[in-house]
Design a protein around this ligand. Structure first.
Ligand code: HMG
Ligand code: MG
Length: 301
């Protein structure tokens, strides 16, 4: 099995990480977090969400954050669920948005206040207008492996929803294991099902949460299946306020450690990310759940 020579890490700590924290992080701390991650060599840092501020109060300062980040912020992707979110992003001159659909009915209702079918009516004009304005669009699909209310999610259902979201005009589809129940064989089956349905592997990204400690094994399985973009969160922060039992994302440091060991190019300075996560853990008042952060913070390699 040949592994890819190079991988892109799509950092979601400031968005997926901070959306689930009970503490409200001041805007200037978030800006510093984003700047430190960029300085550590992360090629993409998803900065925040233009969702309803009452739905995710942790990220209600999205406009202030992007203003504080200035020119550097314009190249960073932000989550946008609908046309109202797109308008807010356009006002700030942002160039990359990510829509986020659900593979299941229950999570669509809980996360988007829409049914599975109705989510497309919300995303279609959002993506069309974004593309007309020259923006680049990523599409997430959540609950690709299991859903806390519906159990295991059939692969055909995930492929159908994912392809429909991608075909709206996205450049990349990120497959989310929102509650971290996926296992390595399931990852291979899902990737192969998307490929069999006509998706190019280069258009797929994997988004693992580490609830059951499977995220790194799943990432390795996806690498073997030819995936070259991985979402990860500095220090393993993360979760979804609307998905019971969703915990932290795959930690960026754990992924970087494995990729380095495999000789796969990633361009990230591990020491700088660890230092950033330790600093952020201090701000949040709790230690990072990442094993690599703990090991390196105690005795730097
Ligand atoms: P809704 O209440 O159905 O919205 O919420 P609406 O369209 O009926 O509008 C109601 C009011 O909200 C209107 O104001 C709108 O203007 C306003 P009014 O006219 O009554 O004064 N409004 C907004 N305001 C600011 N920004 C907006 C916006 N939209 C409407 N964008 C909505 C629907 C989708 C907005 C809501 O359900 C929502 O914000 N959901 C977001 C939930 C969320 O952020 N979840 C976490 C991210 S997903 C995730 O973490 C998974 C992921 O990591 C992948 C994985 O792990 O699988 C991506
Ligand atoms: Mg997530």
């Amino acid at each position: 099995m040949t592994l890819p020579g190079k991988v892109t890490i799509y950092e979601v700590g400031p968005r997926d990480g901070l959306q689930n924290e009970s503490a409200l992080v001041p805007t200037h701390v978030k800006a510093e977090f984003v700047r430190r991650l960029l300085a550590a060599g992360l090629p993409v840092v998803e900065a925040t969400s233009f969702v309803h501020p009452e739905w995710v109060p942790q990220l209600a300062d999205a406009a202030e954050l992007m203003a504080e980040l200035g020119e550097a912020g314009r190249d960073l992707p932000v989550l946008v669920p609908n046309e109202r979110g797109l308008d807010r992003a356009l006002e700030l001159g942002l160039k990359h948005i990510a829509i986020f659909g659900s593979a299941t009915e229950t999570f669509a209702q809980r996360n988007l206040n829409r049914g599975l079918e109705d989510q497309f009516a919300m995303f279609e004009p959002t993506v069309r207008r974004a593309r007309e304005a020259g923006l680049d669009v990523r599409a997430y699909v959540s609950m690709c492996f299991g859903d806390p209310w519906e159990g295991e999610v059939p692969i055909d259902q995930v492929v159908e929803v994912g392809k429909r979201l991608f075909d709206l005009g996205a450049g990349q589809l990120s497959l989310g294991d929102t509650i971290g129940v996926g296992t390595a064989g399931h990852v291979t089956d899902l990737v192969e099902a998307f490929v069999a349905a006509g998706m190019d592997r280069d258009h797929l990204a994997m988004h693992f949460h580490d609830t059951y400690g499977q995220a790194l094994a799943n990432a390795y399985s996806a690498l073997q299946a030819g995936i070259t973009t991985f979402d990860a969160s500095a220090g393993g922060l993360g979760g979804c306020p609307y998905a019971k039992s969703a915990t932290g994302n795959l930690a960026t440091e754990d992924l970087v450690w494995m990729l380095t060991g495999l000789g796969i190019e990633h361009g990230v300075d591990l020491t700088q990310v660890v230092t950033t996560s330790v600093w952020m853990a201090g701000k949040l008042g709790r230690p990072s759940p990442s094993a690599v952060v703990r090991a390196l913070a105690e005795s730097p390699a």
